[in-house]
Design a protein around this ligand. Structure first.
Ligand code: HEM
Length: 431
């Protein structure tokens, strides 16, 4: 009974979200648009609205503040989006060797601090946060990250992901400390910032893109990769092989996609065929886990070997979104940096974990890092019991805090209020 509680609470939370947002959102793949036409719908030119017209946007804007109105992910198509997307591409470009070398160096620096004994217990997401804070600070400012800045970045990114997963409430004051720091440092950024944004918006662009999304996504992705390696030692042994590593990453992204759902608001009618039409203003939700689970034998099994005989591009596999509709700009950088970082971890320690591995990983991935000598079996057994128990009470906390935040976002209406007074390009409108 207790072991089934977390899943039930998650289902209940989804219902609360649906009810409060009141969008009549449709989730795909479904009977109407199955996995075979999923990408066709996702790639449709009229499936390109991002924020305006969906109650769901209030919730995302609430979680991503400050500055959700200039976050690339939430900008509507148009000149401002093009300008911001161009700037992001410039920041994330660079020779592969240099991008990988920086990941090795930042990982090594953090491990030097953390690995003090033979056995170190960590939560993998927490272990990785300072690594990517250092990494993206270097990418933005072109110099090593001071400890003070690292703490501000981790504090901010942690606050965002903790509230997104409903394991804690958001703390605007904590986030504002990073905003103040970035405001002072704006002139030191090494690449041109989007010229269509005001200085305050440029600060929010930096904060939202590099010190929230980038740090959170890379830390989550690494937590999944390292936890999978901890639970499949035979796979961990082979990650020195580049080809095999690519399969491991494909399989990790397939089974644990970082996005549960990505949504689009249709800006025009979509007619897929005579029976399938979506009017303008529909909220379409694309479920990554459901799509990634179709078309594979034993889809719920972690099996990098399945990629030996097929290529990800031929399968239901879109870890970085769809090319035709705003894919992730870090699709090239992320795998390179993750490979370098994972190898640096495994060069120093072996990984062991008995924690439950789920896509949303609210436990942050408890894991033992063992430098040498025997694996502490008793500690692993304790970790298992604690993990299952934490799952139960955490799911209740998530329900309560999630409901509170959904109601608060609904009350504040950050996206709705913005579009009451601005058009899709951020220009003030008079009523
Ligand atoms: C392994 C790591 C990552 C994964 C799996 C990932 C995944 C994704 C996915 C699936 C989307 C598309 C969502 C949609 O269709 O709405 C996306 C969008 C985005 N990602 Fe990533 N991401 C990762 C890392 C990063 C990093 C490091 C950055 C750093 C800047 C980043 C920045 C963005 C931005 C700005 C968008 C919005 C793109 C747009 O709307 O134009 N991501 N990401």
């Amino acid at each position: 009974m207790l072991s089934r509680l977390p899943a039930r609470v998650v289902a209940l939370r989804a219902k609360v979200f649906e009810k409060v947002n009141g969008d009549n959102a449709i989730t795909f793949p479904n009977e109407q648009v199955g996995p075979d036409r999923f990408q066709e719908l996702y790639s449709h030119p009229a499936a390109n609205g991002r924020s305006r017209g969906a109650g769901l946007s209030d919730l995302f804007w609430y979680w991503l503040s400050p500055g959700p109105e200039v976050h690339q992910e939430h900008l509507e198509a148009g000149p401002r989006y093009d300008d911001v997307a161009r700037a992001t591409r410039t920041f994330l470009a660079g020779p592969s060797d240099a991008l990988a070398e920086a990941a090795t160096r930042c990982t090594a620096k953090v491990l030097d601090e953390v690995l003090t004994g033979r056995v170190t217990e960590v939560r993998l997401r927490d272990l990785m946060m300072p690594v990517w804070a250092e990494y993206f600070y270097e990418l933005v400012f072109g110099e090593p990250c001071p400890r003070y800045a690292r703490d501000l970045i981790v504090g901010h990114a942690n606050d965002v992901v903790t509230s997104l997963k409903c394991t804690g409430l958001r703390h605007p004051a904590r986030r504002a400390r990073l905003t103040r720091y970035l405001t002072v440092r704006l002139a030191d950024v090494r690449h041109p910032l989007p010229g269509t944004l005001s200085e305050t918006e440029q600060v929010h662009y930096l904060q939202g893109t590099y010190f929230n999304t980038a740090v959170v996504q890379m830390s989550e992705a690494m937590a999944h990769l390292l936890l999978a390696l901890a639970q499949h030692p035979e796979v961990a042994e082979r990650i020195g092989d580049d080809r095999y590593f690519a399969h491991v990453l494909d399989e990790t992204f397939r089974l644990y996609p970082l996005f549960g759902i990505a949504h689009r608001i249709t800006t025009d009618d979509i007619v897929l065929d005579e029976h399938t039409t979506f009017p303008a203003g529909s909220v379409l939700c694309f479920s990554y886990p459901d799509y990634h689970a179709t078309g594979y034998a034993d889809p719920h099994v972690f099996d990098p070997g399945r990629w030996e005989s097929t290529a990800a591009r031929h399968e239901h596999h879109i870890p970085f979104g769809v090319a035709a509709n705003r894919p992730c700009p870090a699709w090239r950088l992320s795998p390179l940096a993750m490979r370098a970082s994972a190898r640096e971890v495994l060069r120093r320690v072996s990984l062991h974990s008995t924690a439950t591995h789920t896509r949303s990983l609210p436990s942050r991935g408890p894991c033992l890092l063992v430098r040498d000598g025997p694996v502490p079996r008793l500690r692993l057994a304790f970790l298992r019991v604690r993990d299952r128990w934490e799952d139960v009470w955490r799911s209740v906390v998530q329900l309560v805090l999630g409901t509170a935040m959904v109601l608060h976002a609904h009350h504040l209406r950050p996206a709705g209020r913005y579009f009451d007074t601005h058009d899709t390009q951020g220009c003030p409108v008079r009523h």
